[in-house]
Design a binder for this molecule. Structure first.
Ligand code: ADP
Ligand code: MG
Length: 154
């Protein structure tokens, strides 16, 4: 199975959103993005840019307390998950019905949903470099995700 890694330094929230928007424009039905990194690293900021790329006008806010928010008005349905609150108390409360099957799934804190993660995905690890600077480590697993990453960050 193909695999590709790249790095990207974001110098502002706008730069993170611009990159994410490019992914949002190219994602497909059943695609899955895993976003890891500490609190405040930029995962939700990235998801907001992704939403722009999917043509979602409603403001995307953190699903930390609800676990899941669904946005239906864009090019594809966006399932935005944040498993932070689950920690190690893993539960599948129906998530497997849509993850990597329907619309676009974006999962913050994927390490807490390990049993539900698909074999192919794009994973982005967000690291803090400075106040406004982030290092994004992107890893594509599977041919479709490798092609996507190659196209967005050539
Ligand atoms: P997470 O979802 O990872 O907990 P958020 O996206 O909610 O993080 O918050 C990221 C915070 O970092 C926001 O306050 C945002 O304005 C700030 N920030 C500063 N620089 C950047 C950057 N380059 N990319 C993303 N967020 C940034
Ligand atoms: Mg978040």
């Amino acid at each position: 199975m193909g695999m590709l890694k790249k790095e990207f330094i974001s110098v502002s929230t706008e730069a993170t959103k611009e990159l994410a928007e490019k992914f949002g424009k190219r994602l497909w039905e059943g695609s899955c993005l895993l976003l890891s990194g500490d609190l405040g690293a930029g995962k939700t900021c990235f998801t907001q840019g992704l939403g722009q790329g999917l043509n979602i006008k409603r403001k995307i806010s953190s699903p930390t307390f609800t676990l899941l928010k669904v946005y239906q008005e864009g090019r594809l349905v966006l399932y935005h998950l944040d498993a932070y609150r689950l920690e190690n108390a893993f539960q599948d409360v129906g998530f497997s019905e849509f993850i990597a099957l329907l619309g676009v799934s974006v999962i913050e804190w994927p390490e807490y949903l390990e049993p539900l993660l698909p074999k192919e995905y794009l994973k982005i690890d967000f690291g803090l470099i400075a106040e406004d600077k982030r290092l994004l480590k992107l890893e594509a697993v599977g041919d479709a995700y490798c092609a996507l990453l190659q196209e967005v960050l050539c």
